[in-house]
Every structure is written in C-alpha cells, then in structure tokens.
Design a protein around this ligand. Sequence first.
Ligand code: ZN
Length: 447
Amino acid sequence: EPALLKELQETQGASTLARRAVDLIRELLPVPRSLTGDGNRRTLDILGRAVPLQRFEVPSGTPVFDWEVPLEWNVREAYIVGPRGDRVVDFSQHSLHLLNYSTPVRAKMSLTDLRPHLYSLPDRPDWIPYRTSYWSEQWGFCLTHRQLAALPEGEYEVVIDSSLAPGSLTYAEARIPGELADEFAIFTHICHPGLANDNATGMATAALLAAELMRSRPRLSYRVIFAPVTIGSITWLTPNEAAARKLRGGLVIGLLGDPGALTYKRSRRGNTEVDLIASAVVRGLDSAARVVDFSPYGYDERQLCSPGFNLPIGRLTRSSNGEYPEYHTSADNLDLVDVGALTQSIRAISDILSRVDSNHRLRRRSPNGEPRLGKRGLFRNTGGESPKSFEYAMLWILNQADGTHGLNDTVAASGLPDTVVRRAAEALIDAQLIDDIDLSAPTPAES
Ligand code: ZN
C-alpha cells in the first residue's frame, strides 16, 4: 500500500506546507475570534478557501450536556479616550485589547474607577495579555504595562460597542471519506484572537492537512473539526455522540510552531493504537520529544476523554498550556512561529496519520491464553530472522490482536523491526490464529 501523505513525512514537502500555513496564519491573525460571533465565521471563510468545510450553527440556549450554547458576542468598536482627547487603547489596533466577551459599555469615569477594568503584565511591560470573561458578565481592556503606566489622571471615556444576544455558536467540519467507514478525527480550536502559535498554527495546519487528505486516497475516513475550545467540543459531541463513540482514533492538535520539543499527550486509556503510534513517531523525530500521560487539563481532550466518552484520542503540541513566556500574550505572534518547528510538527502528524491509516486491525480467533505455537511448527520456523525476535514478534501480536490493535502499533509497542513483526503476522494469519478484520470492515456506503 502506498503511504498516506508520503511527501509530508519528508522535510521538503512538510516545509512547503509549513510556509503555506504561515501565510494562512498571517491572514487569520487580525480576525477577532471568540466562542461565537462573526469573527469565527470569517475565520472559517478563510480556512474554507484552503479546504471545503461544512459549517454548523447551533443556536444560543441549546442545551449541550451540562452546559448551554452561550449568547453570541460581536464587537463593532471598542476604545478608551483619555483626558487629552486621544484614544489610549483601541480594539481596532489589536484584537487582544478587549477583554473577550466584554459586555457593552458607554461611560465616563476617573482613572481610579477605570483601573479595575484594565489588565496588564507588569513583568512583561511591552506585551498585551489575552483575557476572557466567557461565563461572567464583565467588561475590560487589556493593554501593555507601559501603556497603563503612562495613563494620566483625569476623565476617561469608555466605549465598548459590543452585543451579547441570541445567535449561535459556529463550528465546521471537513469530511474525507476513505475506503473504510472507520473514522479518525482531528480537532483544533478556533476561539483565540491575535495569537499565532496558540492557536492559528493548529487551524492553518489542520485545514491544509485536510486538503492534502482529500487529494490522497485514504483507507480510513477522516473528519477534521474546527470548533471553539471546551464549549465547542461539548457542542460538537452532543449531536455526534454515536459517531464519536465509534471513532477509531483521533488527535487534538495545536501550538505546533514554537521552539519547544514535540509533545504527545496520551489518551485517558493510554495504550490505544494512536497512543502507541504517536509516541513512537514523536520520539523518532525529536530526541527531546516528550510523551506525557493524560491529565484532565488542557484542550479538547478534556471533553473527548471524559469518562462517558473515554475516546482513543491524544494530543499533539510542542509546548502546551502556559509553558512558554509568550503564551496568551501579544508576543505569541509570527516571530515566535518557527518554520522548522512547524515543519517537524507537520511531519509528525503526517507520519502518525500514515501509520494509523495503514494499520490493519488484527484479532485472535481464540483469545484465551497463548496458543500452542510448537504444534503448528511456528516456534522454530524463523525464515532467516533470529528466532528470538521472530518469536517475540509472534507473542506481541498474539497479545495485541484484540480487534483494536494492528501491526503498526504493535511495532511501536514492541520496538521490534517492522519487517519481523510483519512476517510474524503473516505466519499467524496463515496458521489461522489471527484475522485481519479490516479486510471485512464496512465501507462508508454500507455504514
Ligand atoms: Zn490558549
């Protein structure tokens, strides 16, 4: 079988895609984004030029598990006029200047009264912080500490021409049908404004990879989901509960361009197909790579790996939440995004998808105990390989062949050479001890 996304597993092809991602990030950066609103629709318009997207609008107030879809937030303008008559902070200059989800305000006040509504970073005086107030009605502005320190006493005019009104939450999917109905999902969040690594790298990379998957002929079916973090994945899971439970695997991707090492965070289950493959891929590409256990903090894996779903979905990032000084500030801009790092991230994702895509699932016919290999002539039938590794490979496959694991993740788990594991699998199939269940799996048309 030809490897999926073969060119993107090589540096040259991946760096071409990384450069295209940077162009897309440049276009995405100024668009104001949030949990809801026209900025998110404009974002999906931009991504939709890279790959055809199906868009969904879920009305405000729709119950989604323990939550409900919030009011839609839009901003026409927001600024503060100082005592000298000049705009001292202006949302049109940087989308981080406004506390995300600020309620509308039109008022005059002293600096003393204004101060509690101003957010800055005293130890990073040139950076604007990113702050949100999604679930409590507040208003505020974010500014550099230098801007804040320069504000004179006097009367200020505050204008936030925003609306919080019944509307909808917008998310989108790219669907790529494969030969099999089994789906692999990629999730990326689309709610952060004005931040390049978190999460424009995720949005741009996911869109461009979806387009490449569409041009390829994948064996599995793919679904790439663009939604705001937390409430977005909860909103997606609600109508997609049945499809989610059937997912063969998935990856949450984001923060793909900072100089940190490749980091794979395991699913809650910890040893699924994608966990074993992704761990081996990141370690193979980056000697500093980290493979970390699941924790209930982070991005959409919090919802996807909640106990009711417990999906075989891990997360690929470089740095993660709060691990770099520029995180959630205006310094998370294109200067932070390293094309080499983004190239390596694209290689990693492509390699993971390729190995999952060609990973035929194996199942023991009689799974209780180990079968007697000697009476089938398998224990010394080593065909040139050292007996030890061939026997180990058989034991690995016989143990992993539970219908959820295949050859590629068994290679990853065992650390044995691919060729030996492949030969062992063939011998066990010939001996009618295991079956390749993907050969009889339903196609999209049947499912
Ligand atoms: Zn973030």
